[in-house]
Design a protein around this ligand. Sequence first.
Ligand SMILES: Cc1cc2nc3c(=O)[nH]c(=O)nc-3n(C[C@H](O)[C@H](O)[C@H](O)COP(=O)(O)O)c2cc1C
Length: 183
Amino acid sequence: MKKITVISGSIREGRKSHFVAQFVNKRLNDIDEVNSHLLDLKEYPFPIMEIRMNLAESPPHRMKEFSDLLSESDGIIIVSPEYKNGIPGALKNALDYLNPQIFKHIPLGFVTVSSGGFGGLYCLSQLRLVGLALGGIPIPEKLCVSIVQEVFDTSGMLRDKSFSEKTVKFLHDFLWYVQRLST
Ligand SMILES: Cc1cc2nc3c(=O)[nH]c(=O)nc-3n(C[C@H](O)[C@H](O)[C@H](O)COP(=O)(O)O)c2cc1C
């Protein structure tokens, strides 16, 4: 059984990328031999990082649990909206707490989400660099969701059926790396 963690990287009220994260997590759990956990950043309201987790005498509430869930994963998928051409502050803040090599040997898949037409490509390139700094292995494949409001409706139901196929293809590629790197 492969243990996958999907981070939902938006904490915004009315967030749309959470629909994407839920969808990706569900598709993963439809696959045999995969156990995927949705790690919702909204449930981990960490304060602005002033000291790294490994140096802090008392890390923020649930930080150790957050870190352990990630470091014990066979693969990590980060679903992130693009804000101001980049990574949302809350997500970057949470990742900044983590110890530098905590993702060592773990394949990282990135799913970026935007209301505009470019699918969060700037955010994707920044996330790949952050993933490397954490010792992870960003995979070349990506899932970029443009004009997310046309892909999911306001209640989170899938409107664009072609997105399901794209997701399955992306997850198939991602799990190839998970399989290869864990043997
Ligand atoms: C502070 C902020 C900055 C944003 N900047 C961008 C941006 O640079 N490019 C873009 O395509 N969309 C941008 N958006 C729109 C988001 O892509 C949009 O809200 C989308 O639904 C994903 O974010 P969400 O999960 O928070 O809903 C921005 C939204 C916010 C709240």
